[in-house]
Write a protein that binds this ligand. Structure first.
Ligand code: LLP
Length: 422
């Protein structure tokens, strides 16, 4: 579904006109659609049910994509599990009403304190990424008289064919353990009293458009599970990670059912529980970043639209050269407005990399509102206070209701933890 559409020439989020949100809550402001988040969740449920694996599947929303409490709470109400990578994310999930028993903990550098926190909470599974981490978790668990449920994140060495910064399944990545070393590690883990081996985990990358690499990875996980069974190690769950891509511009993205089909075919007839860790595909297209044009700079060679959002609010263009569509909130086109020009849409931060979009054909006046689309994933969660800029407000639209789910940070918030020298 597309929750963001023009009505009478004004861009709306569901039934809420974006200019009303700008007046009520200011800009820059992230705007999410509850209906779109719910629909994205339902698409996973429907796809799994239609393939006959609904009962043995658990979708664990990857919190890093957008960790705002209201979003976590919405997914918790829908029955989601959660994929976390820090103690902070665990605290957020619990504060938002998520169930610890449905939490899986990924990441290459879990600290002792985080391991203790997750053990005390009673999470479902630790995804281990090295032999050193295995020994550390065993020690921590035994010290607490506990047994930690674990999977190893295996690195199947398949090429996900995505941006190098978000490819994680290749041999050269820092993630996971090489699949050919996994069997030996599992045997060692099975002998450690502090660990309880329950699964195999894998995540090969993000913004994947081709379902084949994930299906190939699943096939390699199954082969490993069968080897382990021969060693007397019973694997109860297979975690196939996240990674399904979304449409930012003109990418051909399969729907969830089509994306999962080859993988589920590879997994057909198995008994293990299936875990999924989608992030972007649940939230990416359900959010936009609303911003206002502050200054227009028309030059001989280039035109700049300086807006009040910047790379600190949405880092993806600066970091990955990522494309986000940029729409005017008041609909314009060449017929209705002859002043169409090519603009670089930039923020006020003192860096040349501070842009949200380059060479965009737009008809603009100062004070106009713009919507930076597909900003629900890795937008707010990657934002910072660079240039001492308070982080944006966040609003969740539900029909015509506009709920402020995070107030704009104040300058006082930014100083709150700091002190002067004695
Ligand atoms: N599981 C693990 C272990 C992950 O590392 C990730 C993402 C996910 C699941 C969720 O992947 P997704 O379904 O969202 O593709 N900041 C980058 C994306 C970084 C992805 C990091 N890991 C971006 O804005 O494109």
């Amino acid at each position: 579904m597309n929750p963001f559409a023009y009505r009478n020439g004004i861009l709306h989020a569901e039934d809420a006109p974006l200019p009303h949100i700008a007046v009520a809550h200011g800009t820059p402001c992230y705007v999410y659609s509850r209906a779109a988040l719910t629909a994205a969740w339902q698409e996973y449920q429907d796809a799994l049910a239609s393939q006959g694996v609904g009962e043995r599947s658990l979708v664990c929303y990857s919190v890093k994509a957008n960790s705002s409490l209201a979003i976590l709470n919405l997914f918790a109400r829908l029955g989601a599990g959660f994929d976390i990578v820090s103690g902070g994310e665990l605290a957020r999930v619990l504060a938002a009403g998520g169930e610890a028993g449905k939490v899986i903990f990924s990441g290459v550098g879990k600290t002792r304190a985080e391991m203790e926190q997750a053990l005390a909470a009673g999470i479902r599974c630790f995804n281990l990424e090295s032999a050193a981490e295995m020994r550390k978790l065993d020690e921590v668990a035994r010290a607490h008289g506990a047994q930690a449920p674990i999977a190893f994140r295996v690195n199947p060495d398949v090429d996900p064919k995505t941006h190098p910064y978000i490819s994680t399944g290749l041999k050269t990545a820092k993630f996971g353990v090489p699949i050919e070393e996994a069997r030996d590690l599992y045997r060692r883990a099975a002998d450690l009293r502090g660990l309880n081996v329950i699964g195999i985990d894998c995540h090969i990358g993000s913004q994947l458009l081709d379902p084949a690499p994930a299906a190939e990875a699943a096939a390699r996980m199954i082969a490993l599970a069968d080897q382990l069974a021969a060693d007397g190690i019973v694997i109860k769950s297979l975690d196939v990670g996240g990674g399904k891509g979304i449409r930012y511009r003109d990418e051909k993205t399969p729907g969830v059912a089509d994306y999962l089909a080859p993988m589920l075919k590879a997994l057909a007839g198995r008994k293990e529980q299936l875990l999924f860790e989608p992030g972007r595909s649940l939230v990416g297209n359900a959010g936009l970043l609303l911003t206002q044009v502050e200054i227009l700079k028309h030059g001989a060679d280039k035109n700049f639209a300086v807006v009040d959002a910047a790379m600190n609010d949405l880092m993806r263009p600066a970091l990955y050269g990522a494309w986000h569509d940029i729409l005017t909130v008041r609909q314009t086109n060449e017929q209705t407005n002859g002043a169409m020009r090519e603009y670089d849409v930039v923020g006020p931060i003192c860096e040349s990399g501070d842009f949200l979009g380059k060479e965009r054909k737009l008809a603009l006046a100062e004070g106009d509102l713009l919507a930076v689309m597909s900003a629900g994933a890795y937008g707010m969660s990657q934002s910072s206070n660079y240039n001492t800029r308070p982080r944006a407000a966040e609003v969740m639209v539900d029909g015509d209701a506009m709920h402020l789910i995070r107030r704009r940070e104040s300058i006082a918030d930014l100083f709150a933890g700091e002190s002067l020298l004695p």
